[in-house]
Design a binder for this molecule. Structure first.
Ligand code: FAD
Ligand code: MG
Ligand code: MG
Ligand code: MG
Ligand code: MG
Length: 552
């Protein structure tokens, strides 16, 4: 920071101008990126090196390769293999890094308010000015208002993985003490996962592998039947955002592996030594049950960060989604001055995509039939074609075609077997709220980051003369670049020496060891650097040869 920085903004804080502009040409637009996760890093990777004055602000000075985080909790992979320094990634674009937390954005003055603890432990605050701002701050863990979560572990960050690893090993050692009673040993070795999504499922699978592969070798005193792994899931199936075949395969597999899957169950409270939950029975009644716990992982989905919540509130009525910041299809934050602020990744959602794409489809259909859209009568077979198209574009939103089938009959109010214009309008009005939007995945964040990089690269090439001539209404994004379109490349989850795939177009594979290698190679390819790739390969080799390092 400059010695005598200019102060300003609503709070009259120092403005970190000198920092941003040091010896780089001041004419370049200042691009500020909040967050160094999947979204931010994808943007950095594909941005032309010299078009922007780039600054990344993030409390973490590393990028974290999250898909492999469950592996790190049990020592299959080393923690350091999963992180890559942000400064290393930034050097290609000659960017700056500020290790701090974004607290607020002053949209009218184009300032980000930033906080950090200084060397004396005192909080300092300052503003970082931007010309373009990208919000890519991800999400936080969803507490669902459950009591006693201080007794549970989370899995979001590298520190979480470290704490889990230590706890698992500590429990195994305690269980081996000659003074430990049988009951106490059973409790120490009872591992409960709350949440049947990919993270919870993968953690359970990794844990199971550990218990099977290394335990008999290194902890001969522990009996396999004293160890238990349980997954508590609120829905009827685990991996319920995946295709049905995939979640069935995973359940059968877990069944065989003696991992207990408790479906239709809601956690009420986590106590230091037990978890209390209610389970809906087949006859509709609800029973309260409990399990002893030596360890409990809480992985029941995500909620907005405090920054996202603050920005949504500030932007007012245009931000109606309680779960994420809404953008238009060009990824511009709704309600912020057009073209200044973008939001990508887990913290964001693109508004009105599904309904818009159905409208386009219907217009084309009417045009093909040579009639006005108002005269359109949609048969169930037509709807099926719409549904296929929607499922292809929004696979995560519409994972089961049955949901769309149901909508047809629900909105055919007069039960004529066709949807008329009025019925269609009703359906479209509701479809976006009925179907959740883009998935909170690395895949999506990556696509959005690289979309912005390509757009920003193009923007930097547009001369002022072109600007003045061609783009009079100020909608530069729409004038020079296409809208964002999500392409689903399939999802996969690791479930214990095999992997399940959901490729989104109706066919899913599940299989043996070959699937694990396919799974690993997919993540190799997505991985950001050769360094990360090599480190992971070495870890896997090491584990194959010597087993896991069970020290903490
Ligand atoms: P993140 O990658 O979370 O990055 C957010 C960044 O913002 C971080 O650097 C954070 O430090 C920073 N930040 C937070 N608050 C602030 C602030 N106030 N100011 C500045 N910076 C801030 N997805 C898949 O597609 N496949 C998988 O197999 C998969 N497995 C996963 C396993 C685990 C254990 C977890 C936790 C997630 C997994 N995901 C997976 C999801 C995937 O990690 C996320 O969807 C992805 O990280 C989202 O990218 P993002 O850039 O939006 O956020
Ligand atoms: Mg990010
Ligand atoms: Mg990340
Ligand atoms: Mg994963
Ligand atoms: Mg009808």
């Amino acid at each position: 920071l400059a010695l005598h920085p200019r102060r300003g903004g609503p709070k009259n804080l120092p403005i970190a101008e000198a920092f941003i502009d040091d010896d780089v040409s001041k004419s370049k637009p200042r691009l500020v990126i909040l967050g160094g996760g999947w979204g931010g890093v994808a943007l950095l990777k594909e941005l032309n090196p010299d078009d922007y004055n780039v600054t990344v602000i993030s409390p973490a000075n590393y990028f974290l390769f999250t898909p492999m985080l469950p592996s790190a909790t049990v020592g299959t992979l080393e923690l350091r293999s999963l992180v890559e320094p942000i400064r290393r990634i930034l050097s290609r674009v000659h960017g700056h890094f500020i290790r701090a937390k974004a607290e607020d954005v002053e949209f009218s003055e184009k300032l980000v308010e930033v906080s950090q603890l200084d060397h004396t432990g005192k909080e300092v605050r300052f503003y970082v000015p931007y010309d373009k701002l990208v919000v890519a701050v991800g999400s936080s863990t969803n507490p669902h208002g459950v009591k006693g979560l201080e007794n549970a572990f989370f899995l979001k960050d590298i520190n979480d993985a470290r704490m889990i690893r230590n706890k698992v090993i500590q429990n195994l050692e305690l269980a081996c003490l000659p003074t430990t009673t049988d009951d106490e040993r059973k409790r120490l070795l009872s591992f409960v996962v709350s949440g049947g999504g990919p993270t919870g499922v993968e953690f359970a699978a990794e844990l199971f592998d550990l218990l099977n592969e290394d335990l008999t070798r290194h902890f001969p005193r522990l009996l396999r039947n004293e160890i238990s792994v349980h997954i508590i899931q609120s829905r009827g199936h685990i991996l319920n955002t995946y295709d049905e075949t995939v979640s069935k395969y995973a359940e059968e597999r877990f069944n065989r592996d003696q991992i207990e899957v408790l479906t239709n169950s809601r956690v009420k409270e986590v106590q230091p030594d037990k978890i209390i939950f209610s389970q809906k029975q087949e006859d509709g009644s609800v029973l309260t049950k409990e399990l002893p716990i030596g360890f409990c992982l809480w992985s029941t989905g995500v909620s907005p960060t405090s920054l996202s919540q603050k920005l949504a509130k500030k932007l007012g009525d245009v931000q109606t989604n309680r779960h994420a910041l809404e953008t238009d299809t060009h990824l511009r934050l709704n309600g912020a001055p057009l073209g200044d602020v973008y939001a990508i990744g887990d913290c964001s959602t693109v508004q009105n995509n599904v309904a818009e794409s159905i409208v386009t489809f219907l217009r084309n259909l009417a045009w093909k039939r040579g009639i006005e859209p108002e005269k359109l009568q949609l048969h169930f077979s037509d709807w099926r074609t719409v549904a296929q198209d929607v499922k292809k574009r929004f696979p995560q939103a519409v994972n089961h075609l049955k949901r769309l089938d149901k909508l047809f009959f629900e909105f055919d109010k007069d039960q004529s077997g066709t949807l008329d214009f009025g019925e269609l309008r009703e359906l479209l009005n509701q479809i976006d709220s009925k179907l959740t939007s883009l998935p909170a995945t690395a895949q999506r964040a990556h696509q959005q980051g690289s979309y912005l990089a390509h757009k920003f690269n193009k923007m930097a090439r547009i001369s002022d003369a072109m600007l003045a001539n061609d783009i009079r209404d100020g909608d530069l994004d729409a004038a020079i670049y296409k809208a964002f379109e999500y392409r689903h490349l399939g999802s996969l989850a690791y479930i214990g020496n095999s992997a399940v795939f959901d490729l989104g177009d109706g066919w899913s594979m599940a299989g043996g060891l070959w699937a694990v290698y396919a799974w690993r190679s997919v993540y190799f390819a997505q991985s950001v650097s050769f360094r990360t790739r090599s480190l992971m390969a070495m870890d896997w080799m090491k584990r194959g040869l010597f087993g896991r390092d069970l020290v903490a």
